[in-house]
Write a protein that binds this ligand. Structure first.
Ligand code: NAD
Length: 463
């Protein structure tokens, strides 16, 4: 672990499993509450100087961090594939994306305004860092989820205590080690532990801001802890993204893009397409194309660079997806590709499945499957499909597909989601905010809007 600028060991460890084999392949450190306290205390001390450090220096340090990540991309990719199961190219995209995000964020202007009334200055609105930020991230994109928090925290003068998911701690722990000589001691602390340490972290009086990415269920606990201690909070939570496909699209081209956005990382992406609503006129044609793409998937360990679909990441996720698929079969779902069963090989593998004929009430439609099983539903009227797409507690992202951009944007504006893409899906950019509405989150990450999440307002008004 990285605590106060040092590599720190733990007395206890826990198993890390390779989901492509189910073998225990590493031991990760189990931080104690004393080590959590030490990390927070180090971050508090470091904050006193980091907040005063010239922002130009902070930017330089961040760029150096990005360069270091790229220089060690190979080993970070290897850790990510082994601990998370993702295909090599997906891990490569995650590592390179992390470096790009760090570098881009380093160049963002810091906000601040002068307010005038009738041409006379009445005040200045400044932004202040919170202090110690507690960052908690999930297992599906461990490294980039962490960087989405570390980068804006560092630029804005906050210091960080970060805890990765216990399922995927290794690439992130290695990142802490790699950045040790670039950052002043205590500015970035990375501790690893099973879930039991998390409540002590969210309740810690030395942490002033919580930034959390993970499930809505856990997000509620984080929100409650933030309320108890009046901490700042940003929550990036679950989703059940709809894709709405109008009748005028090029079916083969749209199918390819939808397949990519539904099955990337075996569907384990917060903003993966999780339900497709397709106009009845092209429903069957789209299903044929999607099923054909599913049939071409190369399933296996992500270490094999030809593999396109890796395993589910955890036993729990594997069981959950199979349960939803079995329920879909019982609900009358027809499997145009795949089947409600595991692939016959070691590891948590499920082949990509395309399922039609489900009622809107099927659990595979209403719940976040977070796996390679995609329900395809038919519609005829826009009003009807907008209402069905919005009939969910979630509001993370969505997409609308049509050659008529005006029509697509008009539908997009009626969807209750933080991001609605047109003719693309799951295309985050460091320049644009990522923000969930409804049960998908509170606050935003990325771009200028993400920086605001790490800053508090201070008004200076002189008589
Ligand atoms: P999770 O909620 O189970 O775990 C996330 C993190 O919370 C882990 O680090 C875990 O150790 C920690 N945690 C566990 N108990 C806690 C507690 N009581 N208090 C504080 N933290 C606690 O989520 P997961 O299964 O790792 O990730 C999958 C979920 O994350 C999906 O729902 C997915 O949609 C969501 N997600 C959202 C986004 C987004 O940007 N909106 C991105 C990626 C994943």
């Amino acid at each position: 672990m990285t605590i106060d600028g040092l590599c720190v060991e733990a007395t206890d460890t826990y198993d890390v499993i390779n989901p492509a084999t189910t073998d225990v392949f590493a031991q990760a450190p189990q931080a104690t509450e004393d080590q959590l306290d030490a990390a927070v205390a180090a971050a508090q001390r470091a904050f006193l100087t980091w907040r005063e450090t010239d922002v130009a220096v902070r930017r330089e340090v961040m760029v150096a961090c990005a360069v270091r990540m790229r220089a060690h991309a190979d080993e970070l990719i290897d850790w990510l594939v082994r601990e998370q199961g993702k295909p090599f190219v997906v891990a490569q995209g995650e590592v390179m994306g992390s470096a790009r995000w760090m570098e881009f964020t380093a160049g963002l202007p810091l906000p601040g305004e002068v307010v005038e009334v009738d041409g006379v200055k009445v005040g200045e609105v400044r932004r202040k860092p919170y202090g110690v930020v507690g960052a908690i991230v999930p297992w599906n994109y461990p490294l980039i989820s962490a960087v989405w928090k570390i980068a804006p925290a560092l630029l804005t003068g906050n210091t960080v205590v970060l805890k990765p998911s216990p399922f995927t701690p290794l690439a992130t722990l290695r990142l802490g080690e790699l950045l040790l000589d670039l950052l002043p001691p205590g500015v970035l602390n990375i501790i690893s532990a099973t879930d039991d340490l998390a409540p002590a972290m969210t309740a810690h009086s030395g942490i002033r801001k919580l930034t959390f990415t993970g499930s809505t269920a856990t997000g509620k606990k984080v929100f409650a802890a933030a309320a108890e201690h009046i901490k700042g909070v940003t929550l990036e939570l679950g989703g059940n993204d709809p894709a709405i496909v109008l009748a005028d699209v090029d079916v083969a081209d749209t199918a390819q893009k939808i397949f990519a956005a539904a099955f990337a990382n075996s569907g384990q992406v917060c903003s993966a397409i999780k339900r497709v609503y397709v106009h009845a006129d092209i429903h069957d044609a789209l299903v044929v194309e999607l099923a054909s793409l599913a049939g071409k998937a190369v399933i296996g360990s992500g270490l094999d660079e030809t593999v396109t679909v890796g395993p589910l990441s955890t036993q729990a996720q594997f069981d959950k997806v199979l349960d939803l698929m079995n329920d879909a079969a019982e609900q009358g779902g027809v499997f145009a590709a795949g089947a409600p069963e595991a692939v016959d090989r070691p590891g948590y593998f499920i082949a990509p499945a395309i399922i039609t004929g489900l009622p809107d009430t099927a659990r595979l439609v209403t719940e976040e499957q977070f796996g390679p099983a995609l329900p395809i539903l038919s519609f005829t009227h826009i009003d009807e499909v907008v209402s069905r797409a919005n009939d969910t507690p979630y509001g993370l992202s969505a997409s609308v597909w049509s050659i008529d951009i005006e029509a697509a944007v008009s539908v997009a504006s009626r969807i209750d989601a933080g991001t609605v893409w047109v003719n693309q899906h799951m295309k985050p950019r460091p320049q644009l905010p990522t923000a969930g509405v409804k049960a998908s989150g509170v606050g935003a990450e990325n771009g200028a809007w993400g920086l605001e999440s790490f800053l508090q307002i201070q008004t200076i008004a002189v008589a």
